[in-house]
Design a protein around this ligand. Sequence first.
Ligand code: SF4
Length: 389
Amino acid sequence: MEILVQRKHEIRLDVLPPLALYVHIPWCVRKCPYCDFNSHERSGTLPEQDYVQKLVSDVESLLPSVWGRRIVSVFIGGGTPSLFSPEAIDTLLSAVRARLVLEPDAEVTLEANPGTVEAARFRGFRDAGVNRISVGVQSFDDAMLAKLGRIHGGHEARRAVDAALDAVGNVNLDLMYGLPGQTPEMARADIAQGIATGVPHLSAYQLTIEPNTVFWSKRPVGLPEHDQSADMQSMGEDILRTNGFEHYETSAFAKPGMRCRHNLNYWEFGDYLGIGAGAHGKVSFPDRVTRHERTKQPRDYLANANTLSSEKTVPPKELPFEFMLNALRLIEGFEVTLFGERTGLPLATVQKRLEQAEGRGLLERDWKRIRPTVRGRLFLNELLELFLP
Ligand code: SF4
């Protein structure tokens, strides 16, 4: 019988994973009716200075746990971080560099939304050290954007992507499909326009209606049938592949050499510090893996002297599921040695489960890699359930 229950200190990590930094900036111009992120409608002037100060003290509080480790990537997400001025981002990144050692070629991404940026602002972010921009376009169709409650139209979306490309070149564009009233032709047109912008990275997410959103509680909308959305998904994958994009994660597509290093670190179960309202982090030690979380409400976050809302050691029995939850999103799966490196557990711990998954046609493996099959990707939840503690 397979044994997954282990005591707290029964893991051993010989090498610590790469370490990244996530920065959360929680404000948006307006809350989108489908959004369940920790994002809040801005009212009045943003408390940029106070917030940056809090972010810096978050970094300082984390220093003892990551002494001597280098940061491989920074991701400034939200919310709409492009609402912050380039000066505030410059102050933040300078303070981060003064306290943590960033790899010389560290990827530094900032999320931006059309309607909140112009070319000069993007250049300002670049001068502050941002070298990758992720633009939340969602669609180029004005009618779809209006239904989604976005503050921009298709024209602003194209302008924002062009300006981001001019400023940094390394740009991701977020699109959504399965939108209310969207036909496959409309989804095809969005993907084609996305490709035509010339971005080297594109993420395509299916719209789902989550609890705690306006679409869930106050303004329900009809979405395309499941089969139709699935067709849009496979059509999008085909078009992107034909146009030279590698499909490397459930929703992510990149030109060769342009994969998002920050997100890859999540999917490969790497470590990351989380700073800012509601940010999560994961830090490994030779004998344990820990998670931390910060105060969620921006007002409380700014008011509290201590912004840490929880910190815990992940029970070793939960690590296989946590690892698979991330790594099995990767189309090429993971190297067999990675499981042990990141969880500190021998692969034998999940041997029976791997065999079950193989038996059901959800997983395939050779001496080097373990990867989900096409069926495994389609029924990812069924595959992941096998690794539940
Ligand atoms: S812009 Fe993005 S983060 Fe802000 S409310 Fe809309 S979906 Fe949420």
